[in-house]
Write a protein that binds this ligand. Sequence first.
Ligand SMILES: [Zn+2]
Length: 443
Amino acid sequence: MSRISVLSARWLVTIRPRGEVLQNHSVVMQNQKIKKILPSSEARIEFPEAIETRLEDHVLLPGLINMHTHSPMTLFRGYADDMDMQDWLQDRIWPAENKHVCGLFVADGTRLAIAEMLRAGTTCFNEQYFFPEVIAEVVRESGIRATIGIPVLEMPTVWSSSASDCLTKAETMVASKSGSDRLSYALAPHAPYSVGDNSFRRIAQLSEAWNLPVHLHLLETAYDVTQSVAEFSERPLQRLQRLGLLNQRLLAVHMTQLEKSDIDLLSRQGVHVVHCPKSNLKLASGFCPVGALLDAGINVSIGTDGAASNNKLDLLAEAQMAALLAKGRSGKATAVDAFSLLEMLTINAAKALGQGELLGSIEPGKWADLIAINLAAPETQPVHNVVSQIAYAVASSQVSDVWVAGEHLLQNRQLTRMDIVDVLRRAEDWRIRISSAAGERSQ
Ligand SMILES: [Zn+2]
């Protein structure tokens, strides 16, 4: 029988059953999964041989899931700020990508992103960037969990010559069954304005045949709507419905340009919405009406977007921003409550990825993806309500420990598998390369 280990915490927020908070309970892990949840006093009697980790001042949560990011873009963090979306993309980001992005850039940037995400309590991320095969390799080496989006764009990129080239690569990657317990794939068309009708039709067919999520930037800014109406004489959601994309496999990222009829349509079709509040604010893209989406029964989760438009991959900070924004925009302090926020970071995200039976809550039979947050800091005392403390007060630097499939990847703030000195040295090398290519003085 494989080794049993026990995590005993002051508080346990299990997410399911909904609203449950346990005190002085233990999570028993075996074979990478959660075996049992029981009072710590009983766990010591029932599993006397097990290795017990005592988390006296901590709350234990399911690992957080970042539902939208472009990991390698950590290397462009702070490279292009304070610009409007299309200027930011066309004048700064796309030229820099064409110049620098290669397999090595993607590997080094992904390592930096994973180090940052693990230290902030993220155990799984939904990725969309070039060289997905390299990202998959770094994910395997790091031990984190991920769904790797295989990008699709009509225009030539550093990784592909056309959308059909992207789809050929996708077929090869998926057919090679190079996924694993911690790695799965999605199709990731960039946006309605960069992917044509024929490619979208093919994506809809492949998504159904392979049962893969479709990870798409959608209704990010007003430009998406004007461009679609000008070129196709229909709004993006109507176009996607015509092409067979509006269904329960679609992960619609951003969604700031929604009308009431759009919300009804999304609800009917079971589309999942991914909210990226900080990126939308920083690029002045617009506002995603999260409260109205939740009221309509739509499954909403949260993503950071890439570090070039955020500039952090910090889901706890992202969620705090999401709550305040929803309240302020709707004029209703009840628009999003603290527990709903934690659901968006965990179980809602797991469902959107099609992995609701395996991830997103602390329940027997699910993967042992767990994080511990130390609340013994002035900023999070006293603890009247542990859920509220996580939603509104905790900083990601209070995440002390992270387990993915029972493997201890962050131990008392130290990464156990990754060489952080090497990761940071490589990031600095890229800063020098990028700034000297842009003709900027190296600092
Ligand atoms: Zn994005």
